[in-house]
Design a protein around this ligand. Structure first.
Ligand code: ATP
Ligand code: MG
Length: 413
């Protein structure tokens, strides 16, 4: 601007064009980058799943199917990544084109100015030289413009990179923005008595908002009672257990514990009062001892052994050469289903909860072990409120009440 105002204006003409272009292309680069990242995630999922379930893949002889599936997904990544690279390349070349275009424009326009001033000077030699636009000034201006232009070109490149990074990071930002469970707020007490009531509870899973899973479930369990829950597969039994543990909240209605809405309790406290033996037991990849102690971190060896004995797990644990130090393998795959179940029961025994939830806790046991574990559970359930989900009648003989659930409703009480 110092050298020539007119030329600066000519130069700045391209700025709006570049800005519009940068915004449009920036968005496009961001979108493509996010899609690339999503496709990478999808293809990693294939690898993870295939390796985790390698036995199933082999049993169904689907190695080829899986490798084709993976090849397809990596092709999809490459396609998107190339698309992104092309967009960035196009963006960068456009910016460079604009810059050189404007420099050429400036040289051309500057040359006409210089010519005009030479003509002026020829006509009227009295004009002072520094008021004229000379060739020297033009070269000076063009050089400055090139420096500035090169830096702007650098900014454009940077901008494209930033847009790419924003697109790639979007999923992470989504996770950061996710509301955490209100784990540390709410009511606490020393302990709870264990009166549970479901009052007209309706529930749909957030991932499937149009399918009602529970449709007005009401029941009560006084402290110390055992409530059995039976019903066909998919009727919502495990869902009731999840709601009691407050993994989800009812869409309508409420769940009370000792007469207080369970939402008012501090989650940490509430879950500390409950133990669940889930339908599908997953262990951690450490030792048997660590897995049982999960019910009560810091438990002594004696307590752990006592819990294992009550869960009828002593026999098989002592059968292993390493005993309690036996490694269970990733997710517990080196143990049988029934053995895992007994470890989960030992965990619950050790936790000594006020409310016990058993989701088909003995379904993987043979009838002899089941009888033994059932006896242990019967003892464990004394004095606690228990919710027992079961298919077999033998498990629920001793229940105070049997609720029959069908398609999200209690049909028999
Ligand atoms: N995480 C989830 N997201 C969406 N829908 C789910 C989810 N978990 C379960 N469902 C659906 O909710 C319904 C009830 O499932 P639930 O696991 O409570 O059944 P269940 O009575 O425990 O069955 P089973 O006897 O087979 O264990 C099913 O139709 C199921 O498809
Ligand atoms: Mg279930």
């Amino acid at each position: 601007a110092y050298t020539s105002l007119e030329l600066t204006l000519v130069m700045l003409c391209i700025v709006p064009l570049v800005v519009v272009f940068a915004v449009v292309f920036g968005r496009m680069i961001r979108r493509i980058s996010k899609e690339t990242q999503d496709r990478i995630a999808a293809s990693n999922t294939i690898v993870e799943e295939t390796l985790a379930a390698i036995a199933i893949v082999k049993a169904f002889a689907n190695e080829k199917f899986e490798s084709i599936r993976y090849a397809k997904s990596t092709d999809a990544i490459i396609e998107k990544a190339l698309q992104g690279a092309k967009a960035r390349g196009f963006f960068a070349s456009f910016i460079i084109f604009c810059l050189f275009g404007s420099i050429v424009g400036v040289i051309w326009y500057g040359a006409t100015l210089v010519n005009k001033d030479i003509a002026l000077a020829a006509a009227d030699p009295t004009i002072p030289r520094d008021q004229l636009f000379t060739l020297g000034k033009l070269i000076q201006f063009v050089l400055y413009s090139v420096f500035v232009g090169a830096s702007i070109g650098g900014i454009a490149e940077m901008y494209a990179h930033i847009q790419k990074a924003i697109g790639a990071g979007q999923r992470i930002l989504e996770i950061i923005d996710e509301q955490p469970e209100p784990y540390h707020q709410g009511l606490t007490a020393d302990t709870i008595a264990g009166d549970i009531a479901f009052e007209q509870v309706h529930f749909t899973y957030p991932s499937r908002p149009d399918i009602p899973v529970l449709r007005g479930v009401s029941f009560e369990a006084q402290r110390g009672e055992t409530i059995a829950l039976v019903g066909p597969s998919g009727s919502g039994k495990s869902t009731i257990a999840s709601l009691l543990l407050r993994f989800y909240e009812p869409t309508e209605g409420r769940i009370t514990i000792d007469g207080t809405d369970s939402r008012e309790f501090k989650l940490e406290f509430l879950r500390g009062q409950m133990a669940i033996v889930p339908q599908e037991v997953i262990l951690f990849g450490g030792t048997i001892r660590e897995n049982i102690a999960y019910g009560k971190p810091g438990a002594s060896d004696k307590e752990i052994e006592e819990a294992a004995r009550k869960a009828n797990a002593l026999e098989f644990i002592e059968g292993f050469p390493d005993g309690y130090d036996t490694i269970v393998g990733e997710r517990g795959i080196q143990l049988s289903g029934g053995q895992r179940q007994r470890i989960a029961i030992a965990r619950a025994v050790l936790k000594d909860p006020r409310i016990l939830i058993l989701d088909e806790a003995t379904s993987s046991l043979d009838s002899e072990s089941e009888r033994l574990v059932q006896e242990a559970l019967d003892k464990l359930m004394v004095g606690r409120t228990s919710l027992v989900i079961a298919h077999r009648l033998s498990t629920i003989r001793k229940a105070d009440r049997i609720l029959v659930l069908d398609r999200g409703r209690i049909v028999e009480n």
